[in-house]
Design a protein around this ligand. Sequence first.
Ligand SMILES: *Cc1c(COP(=O)(O)O)cnc(C)c1O
Length: 380
Amino acid sequence: MIRIPFNKPYFTGKETDYIKESVASGKISGDGLFTKKCHQFFESRYGFKKALLTTSCTDALEMAALLCQIKPGDEVIAPSFTFVSTVNAFVLRGARIIFADSEAATPNIDVSAVEALITPRTKVIVPVHYAGVACDMDAILNLARKHGLLVVEDAAQAVDSFYKGKPLGSLGSMATFSFHETKNVISGEGGMFVANDAQFVNRAEIVREKGTNRSAFFRGEVDKYRWVDIGSSFLPSEIIAAFLYAQLEHLDEIQSKRRSLWNLYRRGLGDLESRGILKLPFVPDYATNNGHMFHVVCENLEQRDKLIEHLKDRGILAVFHYQSLHKSPFYEKKHDGRDLPNSDRYTDCLLRLPLYYELSTADVGTIVDSVLSFFGQRSR
Ligand SMILES: *Cc1c(COP(=O)(O)O)cnc(C)c1O
């Protein structure tokens, strides 16, 4: 029996009140009052040029691919150790994905290997801030400037996290966020597209509204709304936005609770790392930790499977994560054959421990003790 699940969605309390409010207002389709409140929250707090709620991060990535004007044959550089949507969005537009390896120290893209992958067909680099820990953005932005490339940050896990003091999601030309129930702030399914470059703002509104200039129409900027471009329906209903806004009002409290649980893990398992038994998450000096995820890296696949079983026997659900996309059934024949050893190592060896708002200090103690006992150690 699982006593400690891997994740549990947290309700801050006001979600249903705000949903009722939106229903009472007589408007529950998209871009109403709560959607605007969410947009304002992100734009004012993080200085995003334009924030637009979407129905998922996957949709926000598909918007990004449309805005990058990807054509068949264009190349997009992305890590192999990521969620499928990071790259599927570009494949839908005909792009070829050039997979990069992860760093040895973190699952983030190894920027030192990226320049060698750039060709005249390269159009976009998609850094993924794994576990909310920033990629080396200065290096990525320098490469992008030098070669005239766009940068789309997949910041799905990176709400309220920073690179050298700058908010993640504010650094690329565009960025995408997720409010899926497994993320820090949630709306069940949900996401957000961010444009930081003025040249993408108008078209982002159009692409999100089925290729029409409906947003401009509602602002009174045009007298009819018309079909002006390609697009789709990427905006969420007010019910989703109402739920999300209730979460955003508690963002600081959610982040600080998650970070304190993360620190408890770090302290409890620190000894295993200093003895070289287990790797713990590494947060570079330029990055912050937003408490999104606590993961360990085992020695090999067999050890990780045994640790998962050991924890399950004690009622704890810990889960592995991505499977290298360059070896996926869909892409392995399309991949250029390069070995991506760090990506494969995280595929086989990375294990995520439970981390959610309502996880108790005692629960973390139980989990830490169970990990220690697996390695024949006792807590001090
Ligand atoms: C969660 C996640 C996504 C997808 O988010 P959805 O909102 O579920 O579409 C994409 N990329 C990364 C890195 C994620 O963690």
